[in-house]
Design a protein around this ligand. Structure first.
Ligand code: DC
Length: 237
């Protein structure tokens, strides 16, 4: 059997990271892990349990104390051919994509205890190899030894429009302006936060997909992945 590699895909919000990551995982028969979904699930927990007050302030100490009560896992849905996110046994895949969760997830993901918990979980999953994981700190913090790393970016207006179309198709009511505001503010917060900010790993390959089709990006990433996997087969270990 061919040796498996890990692939890290980091980048800005709504860059299409998950579309590419999912496609690559499917093609290689690897596991796709959406690390953002984990931060979103903790945010939903915080909203549901009053750790985000009505004025929007986050009670980070209260949330930290309650973190042992947060159980996150993924289950594969064969009909969708995709993983779905479960929070304490409940399918929250849809709820975690709401604009309310999106508006608070950056603050929640800056809580050190939240990151420690989720990074530990992500590293445990990656140990098995054959994982395609997307997020903000996958190539820099979670699996810095990943055999292949990508950093995705695109014009923020293009990203907001893609995200808006996606939300609309899911029946989520919002406006393009609101989505653009959310994309811009999350990028700024995620890049400047104190804990594990969004950064390009020195050895990551940049993909600016403003003018690229999904197929073009997929072929580009697959080309790199196949070369890396083939190169590994000659190595003993
Ligand atoms: O990938 P996404 O947009 O669903 O992620 C939601 C938020 O989670 C993002 O704004 C920042 C945070 N996040 C993070 O801090 N680290 C990751 N590895 C993934 C996401």
């Amino acid at each position: 059997m061919k040796k498996k590699i890990n692939i890290a895909i980091d980048g800005y919000s709504s860059c299409g990271k998950s579309t590419i990551a999912k496609g690559i995982a499917r093609e290689l028969n690897y596991v796709y892990i959406d690390s953002g979904a984990m931060y979103r699930a903790v945010t939903l927990f915080a909203l549901n349990h009053g750790y985000i007050r009505t004025d929007g302030a986050l009670d980070d100490q209260g949330l930290e104390k309650a973190l042992d009560l947060v159980l996150i896992n993924f289950r594969y849905n064969t009909d969708l051919a995709a993983n779905e996110t479960f929070l304490n046994g409940q399918n929250v895949e849809r709820e975690i994509r709401s604009i309310q969760v999106s508006n608070h997830v950056s603050a929640v993901s800056n809580v050190k205890a939240v990151r420690n918990k989720l990074v530990k979980l992500q590293r445990r999953i990656a140990e098995q190899k054959g994982v395609v994981m997307d997020g903000r700190d996958i190539g820099t913090v979670v699996i810095p030894d990943a055999e292949l790393k990508f950093f995705m970016t695109a014009d923020s207006k293009v990203r907001a429009k893609r995200r808006f179309d996606e939300l609309k198709s899911q029946g989520v009511e919002t406006s393009l302006e609101e989505v653009l505001r959310n994309v811009n503010s999350r990028d700024e917060y995620d890049s400047s936060r104190a804990n594990d900010p969004l950064r390009k790993a020195a050895d990551a390959i940049t993909i600016d997909n403003t003018d690229l089709t999904i197929e073009e990006q997929f072929q580009f990433v697959m080309g790199h992945a196949m070369r890396r996997i083939d190169a590994l087969q000659g190595v003993r270990g």
